[in-house]
Unconditional design. Sequence first.
Length: 244
Amino acid sequence: MEMKSKVVIITGASSGIGEAIAITLAAKGAKVVLGARRQERLKTLVSQIKADGGEAVYAVTDVKKRNDLVKLVELACQTYGHLDVIINNAGIARLSRMDDGQVEDWEEMIDVNLKGTLYGIAAALPIFKRQGYGHIINIISTSGIKIVPLQGVYAGTKNAVRTIAEALRQESGGNYRVTGISPGFVNTELVDHIPDEAARAATKEKMAQIAIAPQDIANAVAYAISQPANVDVSDIVIRPSVQD
């Protein structure tokens, strides 16, 4: 399908998977509305997209703040007149043993990965209800499929998103498409913010050995969006072919 009329919001757009999605969709003709906390990176990305002939706007967005997501949706509608897709991509990983009791890290993952996604959904749904159509794409994780040590709360937040999104898909009666994309090891900055030094080092080592590129996830997003309106690509798992 033609991508040129699509208006797409992307959170966590300043680097990694979000940045790759923005560049890929804009190159295909979508109008992208970018949200992230790092303004300078957003400005640079928007300038790059425009220099390549694409359309993009941005707003500094902290997904832990519900009103930031409301404003991002308002920006999309005010700039382009409607909203087709919201991609809830922003996420963090704070990996540690459960008995380390890193409660503040748990809370932050719940705030960003789970509540941030819910805030994005809540901001977009009134527009989708009024239009009678819309597409929600949640970037989840293979950590929500295969549970391993150090990832208990992180995986829990991702599994919660998966469950909530499936309920929304069933409730929508076909009016909203809902897609979950679960990346495995991807070469991004996500691991740089793992507080446990040993876990960060081990994850970086494995990433260097097997990680796929953010572009691979962006291609999957483009595929899901480009399907006919009556086709819902509900779940995509995409990971290195050698990943367990």
